[in-house]
Design a protein around this ligand. Structure first.
Ligand SMILES: [Zn+2]
Length: 194
């Protein structure tokens, strides 16, 4: 939606990794071992993917789910310094653990087109076919509650420090992400426009 409204690219490093895993590339299979257990994929892999994306695109962009560590944030700064396009905004989508657990337990992904749906919101049950292309829906391998617990530990240890990393530079915007997607989208638009 952001892509269509603002004509900027919105690359998701996570989605790129899942595509690579589905295609069974070396990098995809290596990354899957980590994400299945709720562990962060090592910085070298993530930074290499982000760098190859940036090399191939000179448009404006909003990365989804990157950077996730201070090391990745510093690497991103280096890449952007070379392009002379410093980062203008970092968005933190703030949400409580109970809502995350609920969303993860409802989340399904289309095996063919990658469309992400929520049971009870977009589809009735796990057996409903993809509303976009009709293929079978499945759970992401990292969407188990065990993996989620591990992801939260990793988040607190490695990702949360990014909040102050960007707040100190005055480019951080907090957005409450408890609400329905259209309300969160409206808040993100306001943040981007200001
Ligand atoms: Zn589909």
């Amino acid at each position: 939606m952001i892509r269509a409204k603002y004509h900027i690219e919105t690359p998701s490093v996570g989605a790129i990794l899942r595509e690579q895993a589905a295609a069974k590339t070396e990098i995809g299979l290596a990354a899957e071992k980590y994400t299945r257990e709720g562990r962060l994929v090592p910085d070298e892999i993530i930074v290499a993917l982000a760098e190859s994306w940036l090399t191939a695109h000179d448009s404006a962009f909003l990365f989804d789910g990157f950077p996730r560590t201070i090391g990745q944030g510093e690497a991103l700064d280096n890449m952007l310094n070379k392009r002379n396009t410093p980062l203008e905004i970092a968005i933190s989508l703030d949400i409580d653990l109970a809502t995350i657990q609920d969303r993860v337990s409802r989340r399904m992904v289309c095996s063919k087109c990658g469309f992400i749906v929520s049971i009870g919101l977009h589809v009735e049950s796990v057996d409903t076919p993809c509303p976009r292309c009709g293929a079978v829906l499945h759970r992401r391998k990292d969407d188990s509650l065990d993996a989620l617990q591990q992801r939260m530990i990793e988040y607190r240890e490695k990702s949360e420090p990014l909040i102050s990393f960007y707040a100190q530079r005055g480019i951080l915007r907090h957005i409450p992400a408890q609400d329905r997607p259209d309300a969160v989208f409206a808040e993100v638009c306001t943040a981007l426009e200001n």
